[in-house]
Design a protein around this ligand. Structure first.
Ligand SMILES: [Zn+2]
Length: 405
């Protein structure tokens, strides 16, 4: 199947050969079976199966959201109401809200109901330009319920155009029925990880390495087990306190460490040395009403590649629009427009080990392309919402067209 995109205003992408954001003005782009076959500066005479008129729009790579907790059952609007009346995230967790209320509702809700609800959420992501989503388990916290969560991700990935990348996060919290924390680490290592990997249900393993959740020793134990079973590591690192998690992310050569609001210099430098992607999640900082954002400028100065993701989840952030998250990263985290653009395309692909096929508009890359009614990429965070997005292409197929445009 050959498709031609024509009438292109310009094409904006990170270019790994030039290590910069580049603007090109091709006459057309040819896509073969969902993959970019050629980007042509001159008109070429070739017979194609489908022609797509870009209507003088700017083309960019599809957004990659490399950190979400998409798979949950009920919302936590009650927690939100408690928070705005003065209770902290940790106070709410200690009084039965927080992650534990999501665990209760996830366990009680059928797989079919959760799949149905996730279908709706996925369409919201797609309409806002996200073409690949990382999705974590972590609201089940029993062997059966973690498998349920990862099977939902698998089903959604098979059923829908959008690509889901699956992360096992049994180490999101300790389940309420477990009194002895070490026995839960044993359950993760001796039952969950072997079961999940034998069913090929996850690519990554993530641990909430934070005071009050999983300490350094527990994180190292889970990471060693994940390594033995060929799961790549991610860490939730130093969100509320400096637990030394950024440094550990470097030691275990995690693919990414995420949050990093309280990380120290030694930790960030160790991440840079070990090529750990620093993923910042500014929408969560905003949603929690916190004042201090992750300092992405400092991370770049220390040599880290920075990715920006939503952290969409029922408790601490329901913002999923990448243009909105980009605006926050430029306003509060010290990123330039070019840096934030790279952070949600190429660097986000790196955070998912997919920068060889995703994150750029380039020959042999998957044709995940956004069409924008704008004059420059400055307008993507500037408009804050995604209204200027006219069409979304996934795997060479138009999957969304904005009727207003
Ligand atoms: Zn998270």
């Amino acid at each position: 199947m050959l498709t031609k995109i024509y009438n292109i205003k310009s094409l904006v992408t990170y270019d790994d050969d030039k290590n910069d954001i580049v603007i090109q003005s091709p006459k057309n782009i040819i896509i073969k079976d969902g993959t970019i076959e050629s980007i042509n500066l001159k008109d070429i005479d070739i017979e194609v199966d489908d022609e797509i008129n870009a209507n003088d729009t700017i083309l960019s790579p599809g957004f990659i959201d490399s950190h979400t907790h998409l798979i949950f059952a009920s919302n936590r609007a009650d927690d939100f109401s408690k928070r705005i009346s003065g209770q902290s995230y940790i106070d709410i967790a200690n009084s039965g809200g927080g992650i534990k209320s999501s665990i209760n509702s996830f366990r009680k809700t059928s797989k079919e109901e959760i799949v149905k609800d996730c279908e709706k959420k996925i369409s919201f992501f797609l309409k806002n330009g996200t073409t690949t989503i990382e999705a974590k388990s972590g609201y089940g916290l029993s062997v059966e319920d973690e498998l349920k969560s990862l099977n939902i991700i698998k089903e959604l990935n098979e059923k829908f155009d959008i690509d889901l990348v699956s992360t096992f996060m049994g180490a999101h919290d300790f389940p309420p029925e477990i009194k002895d924390k070490d026995s839960y680490i044993d359950l993760i290592c001796n039952e969950m990880i072997p079961d999940i990997t034998s069913n090929n249900l996850a690519e990554f393993c993530d641990v909430f390495c934070e005071q009050g959740y999983f300490d350094i020793d527990q994180t190292l134990k889970i990471s060693q087990c994940a390594h033995d079973y060929n799961l790549k590591m991610k860490l939730h690192a130093d969100e509320f306190n400096d637990s030394g998690a950024a440094f550990i992310a470097g030691e275990i050569k995690a693919v990414s460490a995420d949050h990093l609001m309280k990380s120290n210099e030694l930790g960030l430098r160790n991440m840079a040395k070990n090529n750990v992607i620093a993923t910042i999640l500014p929408a969560t900082t905003l949603f929690l009403g916190m004042k201090t954002y992750a300092n992405a400028r400092k991370m770049i100065d220390f040599g880290c590649d920075v990715a920006v993701a939503s952290d969409y989840n029922p408790g601490s952030n329901t913002i999923y629009s990448i243009p909105s998250v980009m605006a926050l990263a430029t306003l509060y985290c010290g990123l330039s427009i070019n840096e934030v653009f790279k952070a949600v395309t190429f660097n986000a692909a790196k955070a998912l080990n997919r920068s060889h096929v995703l994150g750029m508009i380039k020959k042999d890359y998957i044709a995940d392309i956004l069409f924008w009614d704008i004059n420059s990429i400055n307008e993507i965070p500037y408009w804050f919402n995604s209204d200027r997005l006219t069409s979304v292409m996934k795997n060479g197929k138009l999957v969304f067209q904005n009727e207003i445009n």
